[in-house]
Design a protein around this ligand. Structure first.
Ligand code: PMP
Length: 421
């Protein structure tokens, strides 16, 4: 019934989907955006709002899976892009903004002494792994169940057939003793331990500080490179989640908002590791990429960090998210509804379970149909979430929109209580 209402409401999106399917598999070039019966065609965005091809307006709570931190058409980002466009954008040379963006990143993340840019978080993680393998001369790479480090680096539900071939060791998330034991077991062959400080795609499940500290200690004992994938969590403070926890990895990967909403990724860390890429060295490791220093990203990234996403703005956003998640959780608790919102700061996700959520196994029985129902019903109420229910607040989502969403969620619990029970 929710699907029927959706089909009836969105004829222009349906037509666009049918046409797109002629030349894109399933009409899609980005798997995460597909959902049944067909996804919306987005026509326009402004501030925290989006409009689809059929003219419906939404409060954008997806925030481009966290890359949309600045909201839509932010005037500061737009001005930076205009400046870049005025000067040309395919110059095949160094531009003024890349060193400036690198300086900003290194200043914010003290564990990142040197950094290199990529075009995506996926590439950043591929490069971090390659760096660790080259630096240690070892082959094994530890990742965690439920992790997502990119389309070819996915470890939910037993992994993916398109994953890059590495000698993977998949360890249990948020199990300090179990993971430390595995690190010790593979110590001689282990190049790196790659971990998200919060499982993002895996359901916004934060790492416990003791877990990350145990990884830090065990990696040190094993001589393995500890890599924090902060592609999603870098927004938790100016210096990411590592600054909030006071745990310094050897390498960090970044992406999403740091490029001001343009294509972006970065990997960086200890000087001794990153110097392997210094092209002045006769034995330098190669890291090419036509768009690594693309002018639009560099300009937008600098403007965003210098003028908009200050340390104070980061802390404010974090607190707004914590308050919203508490309200959503309270709405479910007051009604005895089996829904738990997990997350950190401005990122949160619902789980249709009753018990506490610490590990991917705790949400394994989560009903995907309820998730889809929440998604479709919220579209009907004017809120655009990730299809899996995740919310990533942008800086533009105001108090009125947060109040509105909390009220809409409470109303949804009442309306759908029978299905949830
Ligand atoms: N790591 C994490 C934690 C992510 O959430 C993502 C993207 N959602 C990536 C890596 C991959 O980034 P990209 O989509 O830019 O390749």
């Amino acid at each position: 019934e929710a699907r029927e209402a959706y089909v009836a409401r969105n004829p222009a999106s349906l037509a666009a989907h049918v046409e797109a399917a002629a030349s894109l598999p399933g009409g899609n070039t980005r798997t995460v955006l597909f959902h049944g019966p067909f996804p919306l065609l987005m026509a326009r965005g402004k501030g925290c709002r989006l409009w689809d091809a059929d003219g419906h307006g939404y409060v954008d709570l997806l925030g481009e899976y966290t890359a949309g931190l600045y909201g839509h058409s932010h005037p500061v980002i737009r001005a930076a892009l205009d400046r870049a466009l005025d000067r040309g954008w395919n110059m095949g040379g160094h531009g003024a903004m890349e060193a400036r963006l690198a300086r900003l990143v290194c200043a914010r993340f003290p564990s990142v002494e040197l950094v290199r840019f990529t075009n995506s978080g996926t590439e950043a993680n591929l490069m971090a792994i390659a760096t660790a393998v080259a630096a240690t001369g070892r082959r094994k790479v530890m990742v965690f169940d439920g992790a997502y480090h990119g389309g070819v680096l996915y470890f939910g539900g037993g992994g993916s057939t398109v994953n890059v071939p590495h000698d993977w060791v998949v360890a249990p998330y948020n199990d300090a003793a179990g993971a430390a034991a595995l690190i010790e077991e593979h110590a001689e062959d282990l190049a790196c331990v790659l971990v998200e400080p919060m499982l993002g795609s895996g359901g916004c499940i934060p790492a416990e500080p003791t877990f990350l500290q145990a990884l830090r200690d065990a990696a040190d004992r094993a001589g393995a490179v500890l890599v924090f994938d902060e592609v999603m969590t870098s927004r938790m403070s100016a210096g990411g989640q590592q600054a909030r926890l006071g745990i310094a990895p050897d390498m960090t990967t970044l992406g999403k908002y740091i490029g001001g909403g343009m294509s972006f990724g970065a990997f960086g860390g200890k000087r001794a590791l990153m110097e392997l890429y210094d092209p002045r060295r006769p034995d330098a490791l190669p890291h090419a990429g036509t768009f690594n220093n693309n002018v639009l990203t560099m300009h937008a990234g600098v403007a965003g960090l210098e003028e908009v996403f200050t340390a104070e703005a980061a802390d404010r956003l974090f607190n707004r998210g914590e308050a919203l998640r508490a309200r959503l959780d309270a709405a479910a608790a007051e009604r005895g509804a089996p829904v738990r919102w997990t997350g950190l700061g401005s990122l949160m996700a619902p789980h249709f379970v009753r018990g506490p959520v610490r590990r991917p196994a705790d949400v394994a029985d989560d009903d995907p149909r309820l998730r889809e129902l929440l998604f479709l019903d919220m579209l009907g109420r004017g809120f655009y979430l990730a299809k899996r229910g995740m919310v990533a607040l942008s800086l533009e989502v105001g108090a009125a929109e947060r109040d509105g969403f909390a009220a809409a969620f409470a109303d949804w619990l009442d309306a759908r209580g029978r299905l949830l029970a």
